[in-house]
Design a protein around this ligand. Structure first.
Ligand SMILES: [Ca+2]
Ligand SMILES: [Ca+2]
Ligand SMILES: [Ca+2]
Ligand SMILES: [Ca+2]
Length: 408
């Protein structure tokens, strides 16, 4: 009898355990695909509204009048091109399918005059339907914050949330490596920059250009007539005049962030061996603050290069920010680069690769930010050992061959 009771008790415990386990499993599961896609459609509608709003702002601020080609509706395509391809010069989204004329022409290669390019009853803006006319790569992975789903959607990729838990995003990204953004040059200096964009030309804790630096930058770009010329000139100057004191490539895994206006260090595991003997002040002046890097003509690896270039661009009055990609081919490898505001759009630029860069090192963009206060890596990545990766990839579509995609 005693033995039977014991068995009965064990049975109840097992049931309770099984229920608890099931609950844990269910709470870990991603919502069904249909629900995920529905949530993403709502998210994309908001992004779409923002694009429509931005076009209006560009128009009303007078920014469009400074472009070297006539651009009436602010969608990014010049009027003469719109007339050639049959889209409206007054509408950002001629066929009203939720993809702008610019996106259909430059990124998806769907018909910008038909809401359903192939007439199969599924509109062009469907998550998978829009992939039918171009080569794409599908990647699923996980990333530890900071990340930003809004800026994860740009000309070279679409990204959606699969699930999100405790600072970790599980995502699906579709990469469009063959996107070629149309860039209409803008007269320089840029007048009538919308207020929303002015903050990207301002000084911050790390992009701290001084009056002297600004004077020198203005001298470097004095013959430039357009914004794209300024960006190319500054990039050339960067390549020819600055160096990494540790050689190329310098010490890896070196990163600071900023909190309440103060520089915050990653944990010591992220500090390269060669730098540990340097006094803090010297490190900050050589690798971290834009103004002193410019004066010393120094920079470190991509993280530091992106700060210096961003500081230079801002000193010249070009809206600029930083973006970060993580690798999906290797176990580990992330890259910092810049984005510049050209022709009313954020366009990727990299001192290592050039302007209009698509796929940087077979990777996915996880965040763009105008100020390091908005990308607090020290509190997340800095808390894990440098030998562990804060991101993983668990699925890549097989069609992808690295050699097929050429950097421009
Ligand atoms: Ca247009
Ligand atoms: Ca248009
Ligand atoms: Ca269409
Ligand atoms: Ca269709």
């Amino acid at each position: 009898m005693k033995e039977r009771l014991f068995r009965l008790n064990l049975g109840w415990e097992a049931v309770v355990l099984a229920v608890l386990l099931a609950l844990v499993l269910v709470s870990n599961l991603a919502p069904p695909l249909e629900e995920q896609l529905k949530e993403h459609r709502i998210f994309e509608q908001k992004l779409y509204q923002k694009k429509i709003e931005m076009a209006k702002v560009l128009k009303s601020s007078g920014y469009l009048q400074g472009l070297l080609e006539k651009e009436t509706d602010g969608d990014g395509l010049p009027d003469n091109l719109e007339e050639k391809i049959g889209t409206s010069i007054y509408k950002v989204d001629t066929d009203g399918d939720g993809l702008t004329d610019y996106e259909e022409y430059c990124k998806y290669k769907t018909d910008p005059t038909k809401a359903d390019s192939d007439g199969d009853g599924i509109p062009d803006n469907d998550w998978n339907e829009r992939r039918e006319y171009v080569f794409t790569i599908q990647v699923k992975g996980k990333i530890l914050s900071p990340y930003d789903l809004e800026t994860m959607n740009d000309f070279f990729q679409d990204a959606r949330k699969i699930k999100e838990r405790k600072n970790v995003l599980t995502y699906e990204a579709i990469l469009y490596p063959n996107t070629r953004p149309v860039v209409i040059p803008h007269k320089y200096p840029i007048r009538n920059l919308p207020i929303e964009l002015k903050k990207y030309t301002e000084r911050t804790t790390l992009f701290n250009y001084s009056a002297e630096m600004q004077k020198e930058i203005k001298e470097i770009v004095k013959d430039c007539k357009t914004d794209i010329e300024v960006i190319r000139t500054l990039r050339r100057w960067f390549v020819e005049n600055t160096y990494d004191p540790f050689g190329n490539p310098g010490p890896l895994m070196w990163r600071y962030s900023v909190k309440n206006g103060k520089v915050v260090k990653m944990n010591d595991g992220w500090v390269a061996e060669g730098l540990r003997k340097w006094p803090e002040k010297k490190i900050l002046e050589t690798f971290v603050y834009g103004d002193s890097m410019f004066k010393k003509r120094t920079h470190g690896t991509c993280w530091s290069r992106a700060i210096l270039f961003c500081t230079m661009l801002r000193a010249a009055g070009i809206p600029a920010r930083i973006a970060i990609n993580v690798s999906f081919r290797e176990g580990k490898g992330d890259h910092h680069f810049n984005e510049v505001f050209l022709n009313g759009k954020w366009i990727r630029a990299d001192t290592l690769k050039g302007v209009n860069v698509g796929l940087c090192f077979e990777s996915i963009k996880i965040i763009s930010f105008g100020d390091f206060e908005h990308a607090d890596f020290a509190s997340t990545w800095g808390k894990i050992p440098a030998s562990k990766s804060p991101y993983t990839t668990f699925e890549i579509t097989a069609q992808y061959l690295g050699t097929q995609v050429k950097e421009k």
